[in-house]
Design a protein around this ligand. Structure first.
Ligand code: HEC
Ligand code: HEC
Length: 658
């Protein structure tokens, strides 16, 4: 059976909207304490309970009660998705198995091997437990039982399994053949699993054993290797291994379970200054107008906080009794149907319990402000540029970047580009220009104008008739399609460029540049810039310098070298065949992974080897069926490329101070 698009993530998220913004106005964002800037409330009293450990998960007494409740939700609440994950272990024959993933024998190697963050307070097991499982010994949290207990990795939670059957249980057999077996524990996933990362202002002394104060709530786990979670047992002999394991670290294909047949992993972006993120009036599915954010790379999540914040929970397994009847999670062989919020609210208790927590979670996320290089240990070493150069850089930013990368915009629309530039030239001179500036207009721009890789902009799950239809605005659904994109690199015949017509969507919303010194590589797919697996300030600056140079000097980019190809010969199962088809080393993975798997039998026919780069007919067939035949990952967004070197250097000096 065809499975090339199988198990990998599917998460996505969304959040907030205009609704809660007013609540923030009374708060002040402070500088830089470990764990990130925090909101100061007059009401904080030292008598508040400090549950958790090591100074309340690194936050001390800085959070209000509601923000603390939100922090706990973000870090630890699974919304009951442990019921889904145990099913995934069965459906994927143990390839996606959180119980195996948290195995304590990887303690001390989790960052190196999985890109995962070990939970502070968890120690390596010294032997198997009564069920033959190796699980970390963790300091228990003082959280209610509905949060489960720590499972060894931040954001993964352990629950007793009510359906556990000791009579049929065998730990070794479960690892290879989980089918029909109920383990003693269920492991659920909280948002923090992907979103909590190393603190740029207080980097871990040992990334394998961080302290809470060395972690930051929403910087994103920039080192997480999704392929290691979803292809746990696979080897390079399996084509699917190459999909997950060659994907840039820190990315997740959030439309993998509810698959849209577009292989398009996106970076887990940092969430900063949520309370200052702009909103736009859009038409909702019920016809009303509402001020909403453009959440997700393509701005698809656009119905406001009430429904939107819950979609991610569903996407990582909440209410799976309903969700799994709307999608084919593993193979994606049957068409999707819309997930209905009203039905979930009525039938799924986890939805109601989670919905009740969303206001607090939003309040917590709004406490997270910028993290400045100047406040990082040794940061001053990288900030030696004279003030005149930084000031020159601010001017370049005003002329070339601010129209998109600023939430502070001219008070009334200035149609004339010259007048807009003049407004920004003045604005950047204000001493508080960067204060509470989200550094994005949060608007959607056509991928044709941006020139970046089209794949993520081709996501269709939020379009009419598909699984997330209720979670996107009508405005989003009615965007004029981006149209025809020409000149795409042809991996078979480089002198015969590919063109494609985008008939729906095709947009990326402007990302925030807040603290961009700490968040390289860049672009929606993390493909621009060299990945540096080192969360120290020096490591982050090495990544920043490389990525920002590639941004402004496009000739330094990898270009054709950024195409992901299979590194060894591999094989792929195809429906209706008893033998898998062979895939030669050097095959671009996206040539196959962006084709609807139901089309494969007709395309492959009786071939034994898929020689896509030498078999013209075969190549044309795959290309025609490819939903995003754009293979170069680090192209596009060449704003600023035409500047003089001197201006580029000055701009970089300014960008690293954001
Ligand atoms: C498996 C990893 C993973 C998990 C778990 C996860 N996310 Fe995310 N999150 C991502 C990725 C990847 C993105 C970027 C996706 C995109 O924009 O296409 C993201 C982005 C976000 C954003 C920012 C979007 C923006 O436009 O700036 C928010 C907010 C968010 N997630 C909320 C959540 C919530 C709520 C949960 C828990 C229910 C959650 N995430 C769990 C991977 C994850
Ligand atoms: C027309 C609007 C627009 C202009 C002008 C613009 N950008 Fe962007 N920028 C975007 C959009 C949209 C993206 C997301 C593109 C993608 O990921 O495919 C982006 C992405 C980026 C990123 C990657 C951020 C990340 O977290 O991955 C950086 C860095 C960046 N821009 C810097 C700049 C600089 C510096 C300038 C000026 C020289 C500039 N941009 C001009 C719209 C713009």
């Amino acid at each position: 059976m065809v499975r090339q698009r199988t198990w990998t993530t599917s998460v996505t998220l969304l959040w907030l909207a205009g609704a809660g913004l007013a609540a923030l106005s009374a708060t002040r964002l402070l500088g830089t304490a470990p764990g990130g800037p925090v909101t100061l409330h007059a009401s904080v009293s030292p008598a508040q309970p400090v549950y958790g450990t090591e100074d309340d998960y690194g936050y001390g007494s800085r959070l209000t009660d509601i923000e603390r409740a939100g922090r706990d939700t973000w870090y630890f609440w699974t919304g009951g998705n442990e019921k889904f994950w145990v099913r995934m272990a069965e459906l994927t024959e143990g390839n996606v198995d959180l119980l195996n993933y948290v195995d304590s024998r990887r303690h001390g190697r989790r960052f190196r091997e999985l890109g995962a963050v070990t939970q502070p307070g968890c120690e390596a097991a010294t032997g198997p437990d009564e069920f033959g499982l190796w699980l970390d010994t963790c300091r228990p949290d003082a959280l209610p039982a509905s949060f489960g207990q720590p499972a060894g990795i931040v954001g993964l939670r352990r629950f007793p399994n009510p359906a556990f059957n000791p009579a049929t249980w065998n730990a070794e057999t479960y690892r290879t053949h989980p089918k029909g077996m109920q383990p003693p524990y269920l492991i659920g996933m909280a948002c923090g699993f992907c979103h909590v990362g190393f603190n740029p202002l207080n980097p871990p002394v040992d990334p394998e054993r961080p302290k809470w104060s060395e972690l930051a709530g929403a910087i994103g786990n920039q080192y997480w290797e999704e392929g290691r979670l979803f292809n746990l047992k696979m080897t390079p002999k399996d084509f699917r291994w190459h999909l997950g394991n060659r994907q840039p670290p820190g990315t997740s294909d959030t439309s993998r379970f509810a698959t849209d047949h577009v292989h398009n992993p996106s970076n887990i972006n940092a969430v900063f200054l949520l309370g200052h993120r702009p909103t736009v009036m859009e038409k909702m599915p019920d016809g009303t107008e509402r001020a909403v954010h453009h959440i997700l790379k393509d701005g698809a999540d656009s119905v406001g906080v009430a429904g939107a914040s819950l979609r991610v929970y569903v996407n990582i397994g909440m209410c799976s009794d309903i969700w799994l009847t709307r999608i084919d999670p593993v193979a994606g062989l049957v068409p999707q149907q819309p997930f209905r919020m009203a039905e979930a609210r009525q039938k799924c208790e986890d939805w109601r319990n989670t919905e009740a927590r969303m206001e607090a979670a939003e309040a917590f996320l709004k406490t997270i402000g910028p993290m400045h290089l100047a406040d990082a240990p040794g940061g001053a070493r990288y900030l030696g540029e004279p003030q005149a150069e930084v000031s020159q850089g601010a001017g370049v930013f005003a002329r070339e970047c601010a129209q998109c990368h600023s939430s502070k915009q001219p008070p009334s629309p200035l149609a004339d580009p010259g007048a807009r530039r003049a407004w920004f030239e003045n604005a950047v001179r204000e001493p508080d220009f960067l204060t509470n500036n989200f550094l994005s207009d949060d608007r959607r721009y056509s991928v044709r104008e941006l020139g970046t890789n089209v794949a993520r902009a081709m996501g269709t799950n939020a379009q009419k008739g598909n699984v997330w239809e209720e979670f996107s605005s009508e405005t989003y659904k009615q965007l004029p399609p981006a149209g025809t994109i020409v000149g795409l690199y042809n991996p078979r015949k480089p002198d015969d460029p590919i063109s494609m017509t985008v008939s729906k969507g095709g947009y990326y919303r402007t990302p925030s540049l807040v603290s961009m010194w700490a968040t390289a590589p860049y672009l929606h797919n993390n493909a621009l810039g060299t990945y540096v697996k080192d969360p120290s300030v020096a490591g982050r600056m090495a990544a920043f310098n490389d990525a920002v140079e590639k941004l402004l000097w496009p000739e330094k980019r990898l270009g054709v070298q950024s195409i992901i190809v299979t590194s060894t010969p591999s094989e792929l199962g195809v429906t209706g065949r008893d033998r898998p088809v062979q895939i030669p080393a050097g095959t671009p993975v996206d040539l196959i992974a962006r084709v609807d798997p139901t089309r494969l039998p007709a395309l492959v026919r009786n071939r034994v080897i898929l020689n896509l780069l030498s078999d013209e007919t075969l190549f044309r067939g795959f290309l025609r069926n490819n939903v995003a035949p754009d293979f170069v990952l680090d192209r596009g967004h060449t704003f600023g490329a035409q500047l003089k070197d001197d201006d580029k250097r000055a701009l970089i000096a300014y960008l690293k101070r954001m």
